[in-house]
Design a protein around this ligand. Structure first.
Ligand code: IVH
Length: 669
């Protein structure tokens, strides 16, 4: 390559890498797989080596991506948090092995482990207790996410046994098991949020949440794979991991000692298949020199140890023909292009359909009907189209036209500013949106009407028996029996479960109504705070954002919902049917009046109760929880990690500050 061409290519690669870095770290919405990212990065590094005259201190090749966010305190790693060099083929692995043999002319052993696909974490233990959990950050400084990490059940807060060093650090990977990921994504889809692209993004997003109760709900998991400290029990990695296991850590599962490269290859081959049955994602195998003495001889480069390498599995990719594209309309009106493919085997399943995400994606990849496309199943659960085999393109292929009108109801589609998706705005006339809302209403976490299902909803809708969720309550046994699908028993069953849903508590009804962005947790908080649908319907934005976790976006969505007459009519119909539209007195009755007349601010996190529970306790003992400190505040309950600004303000105003224990002494008399 000549120097001019190289300069152009370097510029292009730097731009692309910067863009993908941003998409990955800042937006948590990557467009390319890690594998593809690594390929670009490697090309850049190679070119920069070949053409040192184009060096730039700001090149993305110099940067280890940073995940530091403002809200967490940044701390310095005692030992820098290194990354690993990658190998993408057996020949690269052989190069690694040769380098080791050259530098280490004596027998040695490798330890092979799975490479967990999540977020790196460093845990510090002092006297057997977890004291700090820090993310990688830029490798030198990371975010202190201890409060969130404490919620992860597989991380011991206190160690078993007594033979651990007084102080040590253990590193590992925090990840989200696939079943949890599926559950959370289906919830996100329910409330109209963009689902996470893969479990790794979901884990990263979760770890950075400011609300650790929400983190706990998301059931993260953690595997540990690296011990650091001064007085470690053994002089090698393998035995130390076994020790760590005895102390109560979940350590690198299926860790295996290997005597040579052939054994390493067996491990890699075995797990390439077997990993698909694991409940979590793995994207490769990590190979480490076992002995610490030998690790020290080999030493480190600036960013990675020379004694370890990550072998990355290739995401499975096949090519097949794109037969046609459907445009699916969801409950929220979002239109998703779905590719119909000539069936093809991929990663053990037959793939017939793949998501095309949105119009931009189609344009970016220039995908046309009749094309041979590459389909990949990498970290993503749903297979996706990653490119077009241009060599097989027919002269007659035509670009895909994103429809201007809803394929279901003909309404002109809109694309709100800042949204990648198109929406059908005909909420009340577009059949899949109406049916989708009713399905959501009857779902398990909402009204739990289990005598009906997706197909019955469609049938009732198609027979003009229901037009909204409230119509369910006027269905009669006779109407159901007139439909083919129902017999005596199933009709009784349906009527009974509809009847039973009238006693479902208000928070679940609020969730079931399906206000955009109001998920299960938000619904609970709104219900607790306002007490009834009428109070929510008449609340202002300012009043709504008083509720924990409710920001402008949710508040505006609520306002918009109630400003539509059709929604107000739905609420009236549900009320008339006898559905719970307020919190019942059993949930809110006063326990005492020990906090009567007091305005109470809470700050930080608490160990006996969650912040929400604390707020509820304040209310049930007659107090009032307020969000900010003023001269009229009676009390500040200070938890762990309380904001310094609040403390300063409270001290200045002479407000009484108490801790959690004292609060309980007060309410328990
Ligand atoms: S050892 C100094 N072992 O992959 C070496 N890392 O791509 C410390 N990872 O930075 C890392 N599984 O975040 C190690 N079994 C494993 C791993 C693992 C996943 C992560 C880790 C590392 C990254 C490199």
């Amino acid at each position: 390559m000549d120097s001019q061409k190289a300069l152009e290519r370097i510029g292009f690669l730097r731009n692309e890498l910067n863009r993908h870095n941003y998409l990955y770290y800042v937006k948590a919405q990557p467009e390319i797989s890690d594998y593809d990212y690594d390929q670009l990065l490697r090309e850049l590094i190679d070119l920069e080596k070949q053409f040192p005259e184009f060096d730039d201190p700001n090149s993305p090749s110099r940067r280890v991506g940073s995940d530091i966010s403002q809200e967490f305190v940044q701390v310095r790693h005692k030992y820098p948090m290194l990354s690993l060099a990658n190998a993408y083929s057996y020949s690269e692995l052989t190069d690694f092995d040769n380098r080791i043999r050259k530098a280490l002319p004596e027998p040695f052993q490798y330890v092979c482990e799975l490479k967990f696909d999540g977020v790196a974490i460093g845990l510090t233990y002092r006297n057997g207790r977890l004291v700090q959990a820090v993310t990688r950050g830029d490798g030198t400084m990371g975010d202190d996410v201890t409060v969130n990490v404490r919620t992860i059940r597989t991380i011991p807060l206190e160690l078993h046994g007594a033979d651990f060093p007084e102080e040590f650090e253990i590193r590992g990977e925090i990840f989200m098991p696939r079943n949890v990921f599926d559950e959370i994504n289906s919830e996100r889809e329910d409330i109209g949020e963009t689902p996470f692209a893969n479990p790794r993004n979901a884990a990263a997003g979760t770890l950075k949440l400011l609300n650790s109760a929400e983190v706990a709900r998301r059931k993260l998991d953690c595997t540990l794979y690296y011990l650091l400290g001064e007085k470690l029990p053994a002089d090698n990695h393998y035995e130390n991991m076994l020790k760590a296991k005895e102390w109560g850590f979940k350590v690198s599962e299926h860790m295996t000692l290997c005597n040579n490269l052939t054994e390493v290859q067996h491990f890699i081959e075995h797990w390439d298949k077997a990993r698909k049955k694991l409940p979590f994602d793995t994207d490769g195998v990590v190979i480490k020199i076992n002995s610490y003495r030998q690790q020290n001889i080999l030493g480190l480069t600036a960013k990675t140890p020379r004694w370890a390498v990550a072998f990355k599995y290739k995401p499975e990719r096949v090519s097949t023909e794109l037969l046609s594209v459907d445009f699916q309309v969801g409950r929220t009106g979002a239109v998703t292009p779905v590719a119909n493919l000539k069936p093809v085997k991929l990663a053990g399943t037959t793939v017939k359909r793949a998501s095309l995400h949105n119009a931009d994606q189609i344009q970016l990849l220039d995908i046309r009907v009749g094309d041979w496309v590459f389909v990949e199943k990498g970290g993503e659960i749903i297979p996706k189209i990653v490119g077009v085999d241009q060599s097989k393109r027919s002269l007659f292929s035509k670009p895909i036209d994103f429809p201007g009108a809803c394929p279901e109801c003909g309404t002109t589609l809109v694309r709100p500013e800042g949204e990648a998706r198109h929406f059908c705005p005909n909420q009340y006339g577009c059949p899949p949106q109406i049916k989708g809302r009713i399905e959501h209403f009857i779902s398990r976490k909402a009204l739990n009407i289990d005598g009906l299902g997706e197909e019955t909803v469609a049938l009732l809708f198609d027979n003009n028996l229901i037009r909204d969720a409230a119509d369910l309550y006027s269905l009669t046994r006779e109407q159901l029996l007139a439909l083919d699908r129902f017999a005596d028993k199933s009709a009784d069953n349906a009527i009974m479960s509809i009847e039973k849903s009238k006693s479902v508590p208000f928070p679940r009804v609020l969730f079931g109504i399906g206000i955009r962005y109001v998920g299960e947790t938000t619904a609970k908080k709104l219900a607790q705070h306002f007490g009834s649908i009428d109070a929510i319907a008449t609340a202002t934005v300012e009043q709504l954002v008083e509720v924990e976790d409710v920001g402008d976006r949710i508040a505006l969505s609520i306002i918009e919902f109630f400003s539509d007459e059709r929604n107000r009519m739905l609420i009236d119909k549900l009320k008339a049917a006898g559905v719970q539209m307020a919190v019942s007195s059993a949930d809110t009755s006063l326990l005492s009046d020990r906090l009567k007349g007091m305005s109470i601010v809470i700050s930080g996190t608490f160990s006996r109760v969650s912040r929400d529970e604390l707020k509820e306790l304040i209310a049930r003992h007659g107090g009032k929880n307020v969000s900010s400190i003023s001269a009229s505040t009676s009390l500040l309950i200070a938890g762990e990690n309380m904001g310094p600004a609040k403390l300063e303000k409270a001290t200045k105003l002479g407000i009484k500050i108490i801790d959690e224990e004292e609060f309980f002494r007060i309410i328990e008399g």
